[in-house]
Design a protein around this ligand. Structure first.
Ligand code: NAP
Length: 289
């Protein structure tokens, strides 16, 4: 697999770290991002710059995308200079973006018509998981293709779980976001409560993160809340996008998710106050007087 030419589109918080792991592992990596300067470090480390999805498609046979929103995914795959128009037959296209299951199915179907193999493969584990190469991946699409690419995914993931047909990876990621949404409210409320009860929140965290309340958010994001560090590991604007997708999908299933609805409402309020580019830990600001 190491002789394969990898193309990588989307070099933000997550994409930059993932592409860097692929480079370090010895793969030939070509990169493209809307804002070119975000590729500078990767280029210095040996990645080749390409100036569009079209040139990425023409020069690679395994292409990863890690852009922001479903509209970005549409542009990169289906736009005039998009991947599906220019990828070579037999290429593998893996969308790591958290996007909609419907779009994932559409890309899979359009890919099949052109003899391209498309997987939806969103990840979880945050900015830290991307930096450490310890992400968890949820894969939808053809199982044989997933098996073929497993060793490349393992370069930046500690767990890779095949979920089912196209769209199943994105549905699994929605389950992840649903679980996180209510958990973030609990984490912030625990800290606010600790402070109001006159406790030392750091000591409370030491105790409760080791017990039944333990969670990734409690261990990684609560300390950032206590340090007033609201820099984005995971942008509020992206979390709102994900909760919107999950609520729309749930609506289609005739399913009510009041926990998720409440979390979206709190985050919408924060975004209205200008916090959309903060990290999700800024939910604590909801209780600021
Ligand atoms: P980000 O920092 O905003 O990165 C997205 C990158 O994609 C940006 O650099 C952006 O370019 C680029 N991009 C967008 N549209 C493009 C296009 N049409 N052509 C080329 N490049 C394009 O966001 P992120 O935190 O890495 O998250 C990326 C995705 O992963 C999101 O869907 C997010 O929900 C999901 N996710 C995030 C985390 C996390 O903890 N951060 C964890 C799991 C999943 P510009 O530089 O010009 O803006």
């Amino acid at each position: 697999m190491r002789d394969q030419k990898i193309g990588f589109i989307g070099l933000g918080v997550m994409g930059k770290s993932i592409a860097s792991h692929l480079l370090t592992a010895g793969y030939n990596v070509a990169v493209y991002n809307r804002t070119k300067s975000k590729a500078d470090e990767l280029i210095a480390a040996g990645a080749k710059w390409m100036d569009s999805p079209k040139t990425i498609a023409e020069n690679s046979n395994i292409i990863f995308t890690m852009v922001g929103y479903p509209e970005d995914v549409k542009e990169v795959y289906l736009g005039e200079h998009g991947l599906l128009n220019y990828a070579k037959q037999g290429s593998y296209l893996i969308d790591l973006t958290t996007s909609t299951p419907t779009l994932a199915i559409n890309l899979f179907t359009e890919g099949e018509k052109r003899k391209l193999f498309v997987l939806d493969a969103p990840v979880t584990g945050g900015d830290i998981g991307a930096q450490n190469g310890t992400l968890t991946m949820m894969v939808g699409g053809n199982k044989a293709i997933y098996e073929k690419l497993h060793s490349i995914f393992a370069v930046f993931c500690k767990a890779i779980v095949y979920q089912g047909a196209a769209g199943a990876g994105q549905h699994a990621k929605m389950c992840n976001q649903i679980a996180i949404a209510s958990n973030m409210i609990g984490v912030a409320e625990a800290i606010v409560y600790a402070k109001n009860a006159g406790l030392a929140p750091e000591k409370v965290l030491d105790a409760i993160s080791a017990g039944a309340a333990g969670s990734w958010s409690l261990s990684h994001l609560a300390p950032r809340m206590l340090q007033d560090d609201y820099s984005p590991g995971f942008f509020i604007k992206h979390f709102i996008k994900d909760m919107g997708i999950a609520l729309e999908e749930a609506d289609r299933m005739n399913l009510k998710l009041p926990g998720l609805q409440l979390a979206k409402q709190l985050y919408d309020t924060l975004a209205d106050k200008g916090e959309e580019n903060s990290g999700t830990q800024a939910i604590i600001k909801y209780w600021n007087k």
